[in-house]
Write a protein that binds this ligand. Structure first.
Ligand code: NAP
Length: 248
């Protein structure tokens, strides 16, 4: 079975504490809502309090959903103290973490490497890759306290095969695949599994920015591509690690 074809029960994530970065919009928002519907206790991370509060309200509107938590932190500027303080709050509130989904990213601009702005390069690499490294580091102790922990990184097609003009975004996604593999191998003999998902073309603001002229109606919606995420976060993927999967 491919993770994208996974079929699951309506409480498959019951009681799992799952932190999702970039949960204020797009795929992260849809995953947060769906995971809450499946019984997870979701921690909504993002940089925009108002948008996160909207997601919070949407989760609360789901019948039977656990009350989510909000973690506001701008990955572009967060320092070590901010990460430590987030981990400390999670420790106090939950005492463990069952799932960590690295979903937040920025696209940057579509330029040839020859013209790519150096400051923008650093910003994209920082938000998309270095921030996931920093978040992973502070969350690892909490993940190790869980019985069946899972980390999911978000890759892209351009993070597996280089494509002209995708610049720092593509390179950051190659790095994400690498970070995921290195981490997976370091924990191969533990219960922690680490995998990557490539969402594929999905109807979000980022996709619109990358392909402004395409017909959006032909794209999958974020809520249509979540089976692989549920599989990797839930109990049926125990022992599955160092993989890179397509959500579509
Ligand atoms: P999106 O709608 O633009 O959502 C991106 C999320 O990341 C938003 O919640 C955004 O917050 C957050 N974010 C961006 N910069 C941040 C920062 N500095 N600090 C904290 N949060 C930040 O994009 P998406 O399409 O859902 O993308 C989700 C993931 O899928 C990304 O990793 C993307 O690379 C990957 N992906 C998407 C596609 C696709 O077709 N959509 C294809 C392949 C891979 P705000 O709401 O505040 O902006």
């Amino acid at each position: 079975m491919e993770p994208r074809e996974y079929e699951y029960s309506s409480n498959i994530l019951d009681g799992r504490i799952v932190l999702i970065t970039g949960a204020s919009d797009g795929i992260g928002r849809a995953l947060a809502l769906h995971a809450a519907t499946l019984g997870a206790q979701v921690v909504l991370h993002g940089r925009n309090t108002k948008k996160l509060e909207d997601v919070y309200d949407a989760v609360l509107a789901v019948e039977g959903a656990r009350r989510p938590s909000i973690a506001v932190m701008d990955l572009a500027v967060a320092d070590g103290d901010a990460y430590r303080s987030l981990a400390e709050s999670l420790t106090q509130e939950f005492g463990r973490l069952d799932g960590l989904v690295h979903n937040a990213s920025i696209l940057g601009e579509r330029y040839a490497i020859e013209q790519y702005d150096g400051a923008l390069w650093q910003q994209v690499m920082h938000v998309n890759l270095t921030a996931a490294f920093a978040m992973t580091q502070v969350c690892l102790p909490l993940l190790k306290l869980a019985e069946d922990p899972s980390i999911v990184f978000t890759s892209s097609g351009v993070g597996r095969t280089g494509k002209a003009f995708w610049g720092a975004y593509a390179v950051s996604k190659f790095g994400t695949e690498g970070l995921s593999q290195v981490l997976a191998e370091e924990h191969r003999h533990s219960s922690l599994r680490v995998n990557c998902i490539n969402p594929g073309p999905t109807r979000t603001g980022m996709r619109l920015a990358a392909y402004p002229a395409e017909n959006r109606d032909e794209l999958k919606r974020p809520e249509d591509i979540l089976a692989a995420y549920v599989y990797l976060l839930g109990p049926d993927s125990r022992g599955v690690t160092a993989g890179s999967f397509d959500a579509q």
